[in-house]
Design a protein around this ligand. Structure first.
Ligand code: GDD
Ligand code: MN
Length: 372
């Protein structure tokens, strides 16, 4: 009798683990994906913008990144670029200095930190030097999909309620692009729908734009956790502004050819740090944001563990001769043929591993993965 209760518990946990995200996804997709925005971008709105490019050992990619920014259609006199380098050892700063010398027409500044204390720390140094109405952060290993990406993203700030804007993401490069694409297809839809409903608590370093005065009010980016972009966006949404993924700005991000798993686990660690901190602010969330933040906190911090517990129980039951447990496990393995399921399970493994790794390292100044 006791053992049967265990089996029921395992199946119940499994159903909850898969059922909740599936219901959340279907709800968002059906109700929100095709809804019109309640905020509107005005393409004539042209705020002054400070683009911060954080660099750590990016000598190979930084020139291309700066070229990409300089080729944007946005009026040059409204743009300043601030590269902030944290003691790179591969000559990044020298490459940036050469680029600046070759592009006197582009207002660009290089800030050099003597010691590497992580991306957020560097962003805060750069923030002090910014003059724009909007501050855009962009990672070196990313590219904006078109010449108009910056203009499109900034146009949303014409609505005074919009406090932060981020892009949709497409993976690029060689290596694990297929796996990464499966993951992105799913999450782009979720982020977009959350944004139409109110705001999304997950932002992307490829293009994360913030109203400067809000950043100043917040005292800059948090340096005690890794997901500086997502956490800052969430704090802005908690203040009652909108922090949104928009559908007219897309970025490509290079996926590492090697150490893909290390990369994914570190990013999972950062998101877990972010939601652990954000969870404490849930009671203060605006009414429309609360269910989104609650759902995402559940999905990142708690839901993965249901799968682990259910699997362990099923394995135990299967090994002790319960046929139903074996059937459920075999079905669970057979489903690996189905790509979204595969993507999902792999993501759960990253989240569980990330939670465990967070016990001894926060990865604030992380190891760079080679992108090609
Ligand atoms: N100045 C400075 N100092 N820049 C840094 C440092 C640092 O200590 N560490 C990393 N960077 C720069 C990189 O050179 C790159 O331009 C950008 O920050 C992102 O670093 P990546 O190594 O490409 O990290 P990622 O793409 O895997 O990280 C993503 O997830 C993080 C959260 O997990 C990005 O979206 C980050 O923005 C995000 O914080
Ligand atoms: Mn990156």
């Amino acid at each position: 009798m006791h053992l049967d209760a265990l089996l029921i518990l395992a199946i119940g946990l499994g159903l909850l683990h898969f059922g909740f995200p599936l219901a959340y996804y279907c709800y968002l997709r059906m109700l929100w994906l095709n809804k019109p925005w309640d905020v509107r971008g005005d393409s004539d709105y042209k705020p002054r913008v400070s683009i911060i490019v954080p660099t750590y050992n990016e000598a190979k990619l930084v020139r291309q990144k700066l070229d990409d920014i300089a080729s944007q259609s946005y009026p040059e006199d409204l743009v300043e670029i601030i590269v902030v380098d944290s003691a790179s050892t591969d000559g990044t700063a020298e490459v940036v200095k050469e680029w600046i010398a070759d592009h006197r027409d582009v207002r660009t500044k290089l800030i050099q930190e003597n010691v590497r204390r992580g991306k957020a720390h560097a962003l805060n140094r750069a923030l002090e030097a910014t003059m724009g109405d909007v501050v855009v952060i962009t990672d070196v290993d990313s590219a904006w999909a078109s010449r108009d990406t910056l203009a499109s993203a900034l146009s949303w700030f014409s609505d005074p309620l919009v406090g932060a804007v981020t892009c949709l993401k497409i993976p690029a490069g060689r290596g694990f692009v297929g796996v990464e694409k499966g993951y992105r297809d799913l999450y782009n839809v979720v982020r977009l729908c959350e944004s139409k409903k109110y705001s999304t608590p997950v932002f992307h370093g490829e293009l994360a734009a913030f109203r400067r005065d809000l950043l100043v009010q917040l005292g800059g980016f948090p340096t005690d956790i890794g997901a500086d972009d997502s956490h800052t966006a969430t704090l802005i949404a908690l203040k009652g502004y909108k922090a949104i993924t928009v559908d007219n700005a897309t970025c490509r991000e290079l996926v590492p050819g090697k150490e893909y798993h290390v990369w994914r686990i570190r990013r999972a660690q950062h998101l877990i740090q972010h939601f652990t901190k954000a969870m404490k602010l849930l009671p203060k969330a605006p009414r429309e944001f609360k269910p989104i933040l609650l759902a995402e906190t559940w999905l990142h911090l708690f839901n993965p563990w249901l799968l682990l517990v259910a699997t362990v129980i099923l394995l135990y039951k299967a090994l002790t001769g319960t046929a139903i447990a074996t059937i459920v496990l075999v079905a669970g393995i057979a489903l690996f043929l189905f790509k979204p399921y595969r993507t999902w399970i792999v993501t759960q493994i990253y989240l569980i591993t990330g939670t465990i790794r967070n016990l001894w390292t926060k990865e604030i100044a992380w190891k760079k993965q080679e992108k090609s």
